[in-house]
Structure formats: structure tokens, C-alpha cells
Design a protein around this ligand. Structure first.
Ligand code: ADP
Ligand code: MG
Length: 349
């Protein structure tokens, strides 16, 4: 056959393996932001600051007050398949942290310049690692971690060409933080762009209205009072599954699917099955292609859901997907019926 001459099989160099893997994980600045904020939350941060320059193309800096990384482990943090979050298959099956693949920092370091400055709880001072040179130097900061990512895709120009304008990339990055913020009202987030404060959500506590729960308060801050006013609380339990959140009134459905936030065990995911269950609960109350607005938190025993389906962990697989579909649909039907029965009363502020 007229095939190209056969070339020998060879193992790819490490750096190339990382760049190939990075293609799956790091699509644009928003992917970097998502991974770094995941790490901050896994480290127990109560305050996360995200600073972007030039839509995140020039620089992405994420600062947290979490537990930090002991300096002897800094070099490991940027190594592929190195993680502190799981140590065995059974831990993977019960994983509760956002991360577990030990991939993100290595992937980012292979397509950008990456430095980590971190101070662990017990450390006398901080250390800073330059991932490219491997140089480790003393640094000054409080307990916690700062990850700096500069010149994203400087060495992968093909990927860089797929990026949109700085404004669009920033909007995606901000949405990545918004997704985290909705799920974690106990954490303060601030987002800066080109030196200006773009968004700030403070941890719940002071100013909590008595009828509010922290999730509702955070939703009001992140999505606006209109979403709260035109939605209903959803709350249900079915066997091992708990459902919490809010669903928009049918009249408040939107032309775009831009307010659809689904979380499974605190992780933002996309799931066609759940999306279908939600839609089916609205039945004929949605006109044409109108999209319901919702924020839903599903909590389920970790062993009943597989989170290791997709490199970015944006998809999950439920062990009993029929039961999940049914429970979500039922919870929504109930919440929406409530809307019709009590249109006049107690719209939370
Ligand atoms: P994963 O999150 O899947 O473990 P990462 O590449 O994102 O993989 O991070 C590698 C390791 O570096 C983590 O397991 C964690 O121990 C450490 N790490 C990364 N970011 C932080 C942070 N902000 N605070 C504390 N430790 C961190
Ligand atoms: Mg991670």
C-alpha cells in the first residue's frame, strides 16, 4: 500500500507528553483560573484573590490563605501525576476534593511560565519556585499560596490563535470564579482585571438576613436580586441524594441558557441527564426554546458518582442515573407547583 514509510515507535519526551495533556485541561485563561481556584479551595482557603492582566493572557495570579505547600514539596507540586489528594483507588472512589489527578500545575507549567510562592502552616517563611528553572528562593508572604501564570500559550502559538479578545477571555475567567463563588458562600472571592476590582463576594456572616441561608445570600450577590425574586427554593431528599438550590419561575425563563448552574458534591458540572430532568419538570410551561434559570446542588455519596470521567472533571457519571433523573424532576415539579400556588407571598428580598 502507498503508505508513508513506517517510523519506529518511540516514547515521547516528558515535556511533549505534558503539552499534549495540557491540551485537554488548559483551553483558555478561564481553565487556568478554574484549576487554581480549585486548588485554593482544596487547601482550605477562606479568601481567594484572582488577578488577571490582559484577559489572563499576560498574567493570572491566584492568591489564597490556605494551608500552603511545604518547601521540600514545591517541586513535586508541578510534576505530572503528583498529588496530595489521593493515594489509592479506594480514595479516588471516595474523593471529596476538587482535584485528584495531579495534572493541573504540570499542564499549566508546560504551556506558560509558572511560579508558586507558598508558606506552609509550620514554616518560618515562604518559598518561591520558578517551575521553568526549578530555582527555589526564599520569599515573604503569610501562610498560603500564590500561583503566578504568565504568557499563557507562549510556546503553543496554534492554541493561542483560538483565543478571543481580552474582554471575552476575561468574561470567561470571571464566570469560572462565579461558578466557584456560588457553591462556596463560606469563602470570600475577589477578582481584579488590569488593576481594577471587577467583582467581590464576601463570605457569609455579617448582614445575613434571618430568612436567608448562606447559599441564597451568595446567589443574590452573584446572580442579582432579580434571579432570587423570580425563582423558588428547591429542596428535596431521595435516598442517598439531596437536592438544594433555586429554580426560576417559568415566566422568568430566558432566551439563553446562561443561568444554569449545576453542582454535584460542590463541583460545577454539565450533565445532559439532569438538564433534561429539569426541563421536563417545566413541561409545557416554557415557550419555544426558552431556557429555565437554575442553580442546583446535588449531594450524593461519592461512591455513587464517578467524577473521573473527563480530564476537566466537567462531567460525572451517576451509578443510578434513572433515580437521579426522577428525583431531580420530582424536586423541580414540587418547587414549581409551589410557585403557582403562592405567587403573592413572601418573595425573599
Ligand atoms: P491536584 O489538585 O489534582 O492534586 P495540581 O496539579 O492541581 O493537582 O496540584 C498538585 C498539588 O500541589 C496538589 O495536590 C497540592 O498538594 C499542591 N497544591 C497546588 N495548589 C495548592 C494551593 N493553592 N495550596 C496548597 N497546595 C497546593
Ligand atoms: Mg488541582
Amino acid at each position: 500500500a502507498a503508505l508513508a514509510p513506517r517510523r519506529p515507535i518511540r516514547e515521547l519526551p516528558d515535556a511533549l507528553v505534558s503539552q499534549i495533556a495540557a491540551g485537554e485541561v488548559v483551553e483558555r485563561p478561564a481553565s487556568v483560573v478554574r484549576e487554581l481556584v480549585d486548588n485554593a479551595l482544596d487547601a482550605g482557603a477562606t479568601q481567594v484573590t484572582v488577578r488577571l492582566t490582559g484577559g489572563g493572557l499576560r498574567a493570572i495570579v491566584v492568591e489564597d490563605d490556605g494551608g500552603g505547600i511545604p518547601s521540600p514539596q514545591l517541586a513535586l507540586a508541578v510534576k505530572r501525576h503528583a498529588t496530595s489528594k489521593i493515594a489509592s483507588l479506594s480514595e479516588l472512589e471516595h474523593v471529596r476534593s476538587m482535584g485528584f489527578r495531579g495534572e493541573a500545575l504540570a499542564a499549566i507549567a508546560s504551556v506558560a511560565e509558572l511560579c508558586i510562592a507558598s508558606r506552609a502552616l509550620e514554616a518560618a517563611h515562604a518559598h518561591r519556585l520558578d517551575a521553568r528553572t526549578g530555582e527555589l528562593t526564599a520569599a515573604a508572604r503569610a501562610v498560603g499560596t500564590t500561583v503566578e501564570v504568565r504568557e499563557l500559550f507562549f510556546n503553543t502559538p496554534a492554541r493561542r490563535k483560538f483565543l478571543k479578545s481580552e474582554g471575552t477571555e476575561f468574561a470567561h475567567a470571571l464566570d469560572a470564579v462565579r461558578r466557584h463563588a456560588l457553591a462556596r458562600p463560606d469563602v470570600s472571592f475577589s477578582v481584579w482585571h488590569d488593576g481594577k476590582l471587577a467583582a467581590q463576594w464576601r463570605a457569609a456572616g455579617a448582614g445575613l438576613l434571618p430568612e436567608d441561608n448562606p447559599l441564597t445570600q451568595r446567589m443574590r450577590e452573584v446572580l442579582g436580586i432579580d434571579f432570587i425574586a423570580a425563582s423558588r427554593g428547591v429542596q428535596a431528599a431521595a435516598g442517598p441524594l439531596r437536592i438544594d438550590g433555586r429554580a426560576g419561575n417559568p415566566e422568568a425563563a430566558r432566551s439563553r441558557a446562561d443561568v444554569q448552574y449545576l453542582y454535584v458534591n460542590g463541583r460545577f458540572v454539565r450533565d445532559r441527564l439532569v438538564a433534561h430532568a429539569v426541563r421536563s419538570a417545566y413541561e409545557d410551561q416554557l415557550h419555544g426554546s426558552r431556557q429555565p434559570a437554575y442553580v442546583l446542588f446535588l449531594d450524593i455519596a461519592p461512591e455513587l458518582v464517578d467524577v473521573n470521567v473527563h480530564p476537566t472533571k466537567i462531567e460525572v457519571r451517576f451509578r443510578d442515573s434513572r433515580a437521579v433523573h426522577q428525583a431531580v424532576r420530582q424536586a423541580l415539579v414540587q418547587a414549581l407547583a409551589l410557585t403557582r400556588a403562592s405567587d403573592e407571598v413572601d418573595v425573599p428580598r
